[in-house]
Design a protein around this ligand. Structure first.
Ligand SMILES: [Zn+2]
Length: 145
């Protein structure tokens, strides 16, 4: 099957964000993640766009995280794609440093992303992460913390 060009572009966006994070932040020097296309059924709510998992260690390979994205990410505006990926990279950084699940909160991921990328994570009118500064920050209080 031909790779979907939208998927290729999203994967390149993730790679460039990870490079930026590794170059600017010593704590992210060993941060690795890869994009994985999920199925619609894994993302039942309209605001569900992605999730991040730590992958089991493999011999000879750096620890990495898998970022599974919803099919709707392929047609999302660029600012939403980037906002969601920055937030997931925040999760990846906290996984990499074994942050206690009790303090590995959604707000903590946004804070990690802010430190990595120098800008806050905003939320759009549908409560999805965005880089668009007309959105809301910090994360709206009615969302899971
Ligand atoms: Zn999250």
């Amino acid at each position: 099957m031909m790779p979907d060009q939208r998927e290729v572009r999203l994967s390149r966006l993730l790679d460039s964000l990870l490079r930026q994070a590794r170059q600017t932040t010593p704590a992210a020097a060993n941060l690795h993640a890869r994009l994985h296309m999920g199925r619609s059924a894994q993302f039942p709510a309209p605001r569900d766009h992605a999730f991040c998992e730590m992958m089991p260690p493999e011999p000879g390979r750096a620890t990495w995280c898998r970022i599974t994205v919803a099919p709707r990410m392929l047609t999302a505006p660029r600012a939403r794609q980037e906002g969601v990926l920055r937030h997931e990279i925040g999760h990846a950084l906290l996984f990499l440093h074994d942050v206690d699940p009790a303090t590995h909160t959604e707000l903590a991921c946004d804070e990690a992303a802010r430190l990595l990328f120098g800008e806050p994570i905003y939320y759009d009118r549908e409560d999805v992460q965005t880089t668009d500064p007309t959105g809301t920050t910090p994360r709206p209080s009615h969302l899971p913390r």
